[in-house]
Design a binder for this molecule. Structure first.
Ligand code: PGA
Length: 252
């Protein structure tokens, strides 16, 4: 099995203004050991990206944006480019989160365009996919996820895909307290690794980190991380407090 470094990411969503974000970042910097053998990332709001990057300088915690636009510049009121995100000090970006898909018209095509732009700018993209409750109940989980993977990666040279991190987040598990069972998670992650192998090649699929997201907390992280094809977690609610997030990061 490929040696994949665990990756734990905290998605702050629409929480914490600039001052709160800086205070929290400083707390995390103190709470997370300098020599942690897990890759850690936080994703504050756009307006807090630069100060949080400054606050976390010299710590092992990376900073990512929660979204981005695919164009580099132009008349696109309200949008933020990959280079602008980079210029704040960020190294990562979340693309295609289910809340973007559900409430802001994100599609597999826009995910694909953003992924290309993120890679071109040298950002590490965390591409989110996941089925809704209705899709799972209708037995469409694997169709939906297979389509999200193939359309999301469509037309991208496999040689450039190495930095990509995939995040499986069943929509029904996000913010609900209903974590998917370990059996469901392992089944989907193995399927995703195979889909990536079929769309690109086996070595890339074996090396790609696949995160689970959806009601991850300090009480269930160890079991999830024990699964063969789970390489980390994308954490929402439980990433907003120092104790719970550092507990997840130090799951071993
Ligand atoms: P949650 O969110 O941990 O609050 O369920 C996960 C996510 O949306 O990334």
């Amino acid at each position: 099995m490929a040696n994949r470094t665990p990756f734990i990411a905290g998605n702050w969503k629409l929480h914490k203004d600039c001052a709160d974000s800086i205070t929290f970042a400083e707390e995390l910097k103190r709470a997370i050991p300098q020599d942690i053998d897990v890759d850690v990332m936080v994703a504050p709001t756009f307006t807090a990206l630069h100060p949080v990057c400054e606050a976390l300088k010299g710590s092992p915690i990376a900073v990512g944006a929660q979204d981005m636009f695919w164009e580099a510049q132009g008349a696109w009121t309200g949008e933020i480019s990959a280079d602008m995100i980079r210029s704040c000090g960020c190294t990562h970006v979340i693309i295609g989160h289910s809340e973007r898909r559900q409430f802001f018209g994100e599609t597999d095509e826009t995910v694909n365009a953003k992924l290309k732009a993120a890679l071109a700018a040298g950002l590490v993209p965390i591409v989110c996919i996941g089925e809704t409750d209705a899709e799972r109940k209708a037995g469409k989980t694997f169709d939906v996820l297979g389509t999200q993977v193939t359309k999301g990666l469509n037309g991208i040279d496999p040689e450039t895909l190495a930095p990509v991190i995939l995040a499986y987040e069943p929509v029904w598990a996000i913010g609900t307290g209903n974590t998917a069972t370990p059996e469901m998670v392992q089944e989907v992650h193995a399927f995703l690794r195979k889909s990536v192998a079929d769309t690109t090649h086996k070595e890339l699929a074996n090396a790609m980190r696949i995160l689970y997201g959806g009601s991850v907390k300090s009480g269930n992280i160890a079991e999830l991380m024990g699964l063969n094809d789970v390489d980390g977690a994308l954490v929402g609610g439980a990433s907003l407090e120092t104790e719970s997030f550092s507990g997840i990061v130090r799951y071993k």
